[in-house]
Ligand binder design. Structure first.
Ligand code: EPZ
Length: 431
């Protein structure tokens, strides 16, 4: 299996350009099945998760091809509504979007239970509540099976502003009869991007980005050509990398408005940040970093997907910081890995108390999920000695060319294979 090898090197310096948003690309790729036409998607990130989604599509006789490494052509005119039940479905959380798309297109859906990063229970009860409100009969015996004679618009109140449930209900509602109103809807940039994409195919979705989304059902949708927004979390990860390495990095091809909560929190911790139309420059050089409090919230609050990365930074800031994970019930599993590196972090339920240390020390740690894997790299950038990170496949799922980007910024990072007595350097791999 591969590992990443990270050594504390010079402060990061230079520029990095952000790829398309993973959490927008995944629902948008699947939403394209609603139009029974041809869709071209640009700025699709070249990561394992998008590749997996195309593999699932092919099992449903969708004609999908890469026009280049970031452009997809999806032709669903001859798609069949068979059960979406392959290994890729069970590996990913985002495969649940096939439920909304198949129900919206065919009036029925059969999809295996989704997988996804393991941080506690991740039910889909809100998704199912939405589908039932639209008139679907849902069975969850071994797989998820749904059928609706007629999808009828409904008013749906989400107990939690769930990203997945908001998007999945939109997918099922765009061709329902009448109007659907989603109250307490999620407002993340990828929710808004998915709504914009649906409208580009002729849907009538209003209010995305607010608490209330109105979807007026349409009879027919048509093909579209659409570009995915930049990845807010990838950008935030490189922002923290600049801070933790005491370097200076310009992150290009982002939407500063999406970064506001991350920029505000880093400024609060003493990091210097400047920004322009589509770029942010982060400097951790000669900054007196300060301990701070972080509470993860649905957008526009501080994103839970940036929590592990921020924890890595806080673990080396003198003083006492606090992290409150209010979105997931168990997203601190990676903390044990940071403590192997010498971090002083006490976790009590949803709260982690961090006592900053002078130095972390490199050792072998595992990526317990996608964003935790990124956090281990950030910790390795600041640690004495060498940090080896296993379970690299988690990082492959959500970050394009990460090793290359960090090397271009001056990081001492390599991907090595430990399939033998000694580590062999793997030259060019897409992480
Ligand atoms: C999406 O997951 C993202 N994944 C996650 O990103 C992200 O952390 C999360 O949104 C929050 O922003 C994708 O977009 C593929 P939720 P999702 O539904 O849809 C509870 C990454 O690293 N809930 O907003 O699963 C749930 O348990 C990944 O890119 C229910 O109780 O998140 C959680 O506590 C990790 N019932 C909270 O809501 C439901 O039916 C938020 O979940 C659905 C969710």
């Amino acid at each position: 299996m591969d590992k990443l090898m990270v050594r504390r090197g010079n402060p990061l310096h230079g520029e990095v350009s952000i790829s398309g948003s993973k959490n927008a690309a995944l629902p948008i790729m699947i939403a394209s099945l609603l139009c029974e036409d041809v869709v071209t998607l640009e700025n699709v990130p070249d990561i394992a998760d998008t590749k997996n989604i195309t593999r699932i599509m092919k099992t449903l006789d969708v004609d999908v091809e890469y026009l280049d490494e970031h452009t997809l052509r999806i032709d669903s005119r001859h798609m069949t509504n068979r059960c979406a039940d392959c290994e890729e479905v069970r590996k990913m959380r985002a495969s649940y979007y096939y439920l909304g798309a198949l129900l919206g297109r065919f009036g029925s859906a059969r999809v295996a239970f989704p997988g996804g990063c393991n941080f506690g229970v991740r039910p889909i009860d809100l998704h199912i509540k939405g589908f039932e409100a639209l008139g679907a009969v849902v069975s969850t015996q071994s797989i998820i099976e749904m059928k609706a004679d007629n999808l009828m618009g409904a008013r749906i109140f989400l107990d939690f502003a769930s990203v997945g449930a908001t998007i999945n209900i939109m997918l099922a509602a765009v061709k329902a009869r009448g109007t659907t109103v989603i109250e307490n809807a999620a407002k993340e940039p990828h929710v808004v991007d998915t709504a914009s994409f649906l409208n580009s195919m002729g849907a009538d979705v209003k209010g995305a980005g607010t608490d209330t989304i109105r979807i007026r059902g349409v009879r027919k949708m048509h093909g579209s050509s659409y570009a995915i927004i930049p990845d807010q979390i990838e950008a935030g990860t490189y922002m923290v990398a600049a801070a933790i390495s005491e370097g200076e990095v310009t992150i290009r091809n982002l939407i500063p408005r999406h970064m506001e909560s991350i920029s505000a929190k880093l400024r609060e911790a003493g990091v210097r940040i400047a920004q322009g139309g589509d770029w942010i420059t982060v400097s951790g050089r000669d900054c007196r970093l300060r301990p701070t409090k972080v509470k993860t919230m649905p957008y526009p609050g501080f994103p839970t997907d940036m929590q592990p990365q921020m924890m890595a930074l806080l673990s080396i800031i003198q003083g006492t910081s606090m992290v409150n994970e209010s979105v997931f019930d168990d997203r601190f599993r990676y903390v044990e890995e940071l403590k192997k590196m010498g971090a002083h972090i006490d976790v009590e339920g949803h709260i982690a108390i961090v006592e900053g240390v002078d130095r972390l020390v490199g050792t072998e740690v595992q990526a317990t999920d996608l964003r935790a894997g990124a956090a281990m790299i950030l910790a390795g950038l600041a640690a004495e000695g060498t940090t080896y990170i296993t379970n690299v496949e988690y990082i492959d799922r959500g970050y394009e060319s990460m090793v290359e980007h960090f090397r271009d910024l001056g990081a001492d990072i390599s991907r090595v294979s430990d399939d033998g007595p000694d580590l062999k350097l793997i030259k060019s791999v897409a992480v």
